[in-house]
Design a protein around this ligand. Structure first.
Ligand code: IPD
Length: 269
């Protein structure tokens, strides 16, 4: 990246971090006041706070960066915008909405900044632990101020994070088949329920790999850069780069575990 692009990304990161801290307070103060509605199914839920946090981030970011557009979970404009041209913030205001509703205290705000289809900045904030995971393209990955990298464990020795893709009835059988096969071939699995944090757990060496049969760009936009900058690999189930235009199946891992998990999942597809 050119110096002026790096400087712009650094400035945006500072602003995003400030706004996430304030938006995180909205999430923490919500306890006991949460109402929710169904979106596509009884498992796919939205609360008034998903909308509030999205509005807060969008209104403040657009004041500072009027030239940057938005692709955000609660606006449902996936596939309707040309994310491969121009500048976009890709936002999941509360990733882990079910965790939030059930007070599991494990949800995150995920913000990616994309220029001409390339993810330039990723920030994932866990308001409960106050942890910021972040990366700027070419500048490494961080947990707060600490440089992070993937571990080098094989799936037989490390923990594999996964998601159940539970909103999608068309994936139920595939998800169960993959889950059974993966269970038999890895050390152990974890399903914490917030995909953006799962990806950051991989980037910071907690998980050796991760998979889910379908995620949306707002779930993985920030995390995919953080993983790449931490030395990991993330693709769809065919080994292709993740799309920012549509939902995708996701496999990620350190280079060793990625290959092992890819081979296991390829046996099912
Ligand atoms: C969900 C979470 C969950 C994953 C789902 C996502 P949301 O995001 O990241 O871990 O399994 O596939 O949709 O709906 O809570 O923002």
């Amino acid at each position: 990246m050119e110096t002026n692009e790096i400087l712009k990304a650094i400035k945006i990161k500072k602003d995003v971090v400030k706004l996430c801290k304030k938006a995180g307070k909205i999430i923490l103060d919500a306890y006991g006041k949460i109402n929710f509605d169904q979106k596509t199914s009884s498992r796919d839920l939205v609360t008034q706070y998903d909308k509030k946090v999205q509005e807060y981030l969008e209104s403040n970011l657009s004041k500072k960066y009027p030239e940057i557009n938005f692709l955000a979970e609660e606006s449902d404009d996936l596939g309707k915008v040309d994310i491969y041209h121009g500048e976009f913030f890709v936002i999941d205001p509360i990733d882990g909405t079910s965790n939030f509703i059930h007070n599991l205290k494990h949800s995150a705000i995920s913000v990616g900044y994309v220029k001409d289809g390339e993810v330039v900045l990723g920030v994932v904030y866990n308001p409960y632990t106050k942890d910021f995971y972040s990366a700027i393209k070419g500048q490494g990955a961080y947990l707060n101020a600490e440089n992070i990298s993937v571990n080098n464990l094989s799936v037989k020795n490390g923990l594999v994070g996964y998601g159940t893709a539970c909103y999608y009835d068309d994936l139920r059988q595939q998800a169960k088949t993959i889950h059974n096969l993966v269970t038999d071939n890895v050390n152990d699995l974890r399903r914490p329920g917030t995909a953006s944090l799962d990806l950051c757990y991989l980037a910071s060496g907690k998980f050796c790999a991760f998979y889910e049969c379908r995620l949306a760009p707002w779930d993985y936009c920030a995390g995919m850069l953080i993983i790449a900058e931490a030395g990991g690999k993330i693709t769809d189930f065919d080994g292709k780069p993740l799309s920012l235009e549509k939902k995708c199946p996701v496999i990620a891992g350190n280079p060793i575990a990625y290959k092992e998990l890819f081979d296991i999942i390829s046996a099912v597809k």
